[in-house]
Design a protein around this ligand. Structure first.
Ligand code: DC
Length: 206
């Protein structure tokens, strides 16, 4: 079975940067699941569908073909830039709280991981709790709100706070720290220090 490192945490905790760097250090692949929810959101907005229209949004998710590397595409359309736009930041909380959307994405995430010839690092909000509860290593990244907002740049502190609350409070697979996750506060750590810590935990016999 594919070895998996699951990395969860709130916006700006360093998940993408760290997951990518851990994958590079180990020669493993990497999956940014937030980009998948963002891609569905971009497609919903492009088609003029109301994000709260649960059935229409679920259909978009069920039928979508998504890839995240080398660039994020949905149904063959490059949305690498669009997925970081303000309208997507606003609508992604509603789209990702839709249980049918989550089912469609989780199915794709599991199939993707199963097809990897190497280990893989997967980051998101529900990776250790729902998608891969048997992951080899579970990591929960945190950082102070100020630092997380700084890392998110243009998004701003109020949008980051709103998205975090929505991610934590939704009914379907909310952001939660898995009971067996290693918790790393990245506020005052460099990327290299966080990567080192994760690789150390991977090599620690459990
Ligand atoms: O990691 P990110 O900020 O790009 O994620 C964007 C949104 O996608 C986030 O606010 C909630 C949602 N998301 C999710 O619900 N589950 C995941 N596994 C990853 C992201």
């Amino acid at each position: 079975m594919t070895q998996i490192i699951a990395i969860d945490g709130p916006a700006g905790s360093g998940k993408s940067t760290v997951a990518r760097a851990v994958a590079t250090a180990l020669g493993w692949s990497f999956l940014d699941t937030g980009a998948m929810y963002r891609a569905v959101t971009a497609e919903v907005l492009r088609r003029g569908i109301e994000p709260a229209d649960a059935d229409a949004v679920a259909r978009v998710a069920a039928e979508a073909s998504i890839s995240t590397l080398p660039r994020v595409t949905i149904n063959g359309v490059d949305v690498e830039e669009t997925i970081r736009s303000e309208p997507v930041n606003v609508a992604v909380s509603t789209v990702s709280a839709n249980p049918a959307v989550r089912r469609a994405m989780v199915t794709r995430q599991r199939a993707w991981a199963a097809a990897q010839p190497t280990g893989t690092v997967v980051e998101g909000r529900d990776i250790a709790t729902v998608v891969f509860p048997d992951a080899r290593l579970k990591v929960y990244l945190t950082a102070s709100l100020d630092e997380r907002a700084r890392r998110r740049g243009d998004e701003g502190v109020s949008s980051v706070t709103r998205r975090d609350s929505a991610d934590r409070e939704r009914v379907a697979s909310p952001l939660r720290q898995a009971s067996d996750a290693v918790v790393i506060d990245t506020t005052d750590l460099s990327i290299d220090q966080v990567v080192e810590e994760i690789v150390k935990w991977l090599k620690t016999p459990n």
